[in-house]
Ligand binder design. Structure first.
Ligand SMILES: Cc1cc2nc3c(=O)[nH]c(=O)nc-3n(C[C@H](O)[C@H](O)[C@H](O)COP(=O)(O)O)c2cc1C
Length: 248
């Protein structure tokens, strides 16, 4: 069991419940991860360098898991505008914002709400270097903020995915089965789908995680171009828009 920093349970009990609960077998469980490559800009020295539990807690806090994120948002639907200030009130460790982050505006907002930086999932998938099929990148670019759906809610394994034919099939089964739904009813639709989508580019084959932030993603830059743009936008927002506000 992870060691939790002060305030962690207070603000993140839904997350810990989610992570620690026994998930039904083979349903894309959201294991806590320490993902160096995914974390983003403006993380001060020391963040993500803690020992075991603290590092994981930092990551979990960041991914706290918000209703808008791609993947598993948990079951409480607390959005970033609430969760990040709550995390800042309760946590004694630095944390990064996650879910719905795409650009310099996201970064400035995350900093304003108390985070030390931001984590991006969906945005990084639509970059030149991301090792996924081009169809996936184009699907993210084409999608709007209205094109994702939440599935597996009644199994308490909610996942935000991009709408496609496979997701329509899952939602139809969920509607038909109602409260009696079990993982066996949709197992074929959710297991083994990622290689088909990510490697073969079969975009209708089934459910794959995608955030509402797709609506803010309009291109497929290199990672360097993306990060440079984010930093330039953030600096311009702080230096012009916010400075102008402070100056009256
Ligand atoms: C295609 C895809 C696959 C993901 N797979 C996992 C996973 O296996 N485990 C996990 O903890 N989070 C996973 N996530 C969640 C991301 O790590 C991240 O928390 C989330 O994407 C942040 O929200 P955003 O997409 O709005 O940026 C995945 C996200 C996407 C888009």
């Amino acid at each position: 069991m992870m060691q939790r920093p002060e305030g962690f349970d207070d603000v993140l009990s839904p997350v810990t419940r989610h992570v620690e609960s026994e998930l039904p077998g083979n349903v894309l469980p959201q294991a806590p991860r320490v993902e160096g490559g995914e974390a983003a800009a403006k993380v001060p020295p020391g963040v993500g360098q803690g020992q075991g539990g603290h590092h994981r807690a930092t990551t979990l806090a960041a991914r706290g898991e918000l209703v808008e994120c791609g993947g598993h948002p948990g079951e409480d639907d607390v959005p970033n505008f609430i969760l990040l200030p709550r995390a800042a009130e309760s946590l004694k460790i630095p944390f990064v914002a996650s879910g719905g982050m795409a650009d310099g505006r996201s970064l400035v907002a995350a900093l304003a709400l108390g985070a030390e930086g931001m984590n991006m999932g969906t945005r990084f998938i639509a970059t030149k270097e991301a090792p996924v099929h081009e169809n996936v990148k184009q699907a993210i670019v084409k999608a709007s903020e209205l094109d994702t759906r939440l599935i597996m809610r009644s199994l308490r394994n909610t996942e935000r995915v991009l709408m496609n034919d496979g997701v329509k099939r899952i939602m139809e089964i969920e509607r038909t089965k109602g409260a009696a739904l079990t993982i066996d009813d949709i197992h074929d639709q959710v297991a083994g789908i990622y290689p088909k989508v990510m490697l073969e580019g079969d975009m209708e084959s089934g459910a794959w995680s995608c955030g509402m932030v797709a609506g803010l993603i309009h291109d497929v830059p290199t990672v360097k171009q993306l990060i440079d743009r984010i930093m330039a936008e953030a600096e311009a927002t702080i230096g012009q828009r916010l400075r102008g506000f402070a100056a009256g």
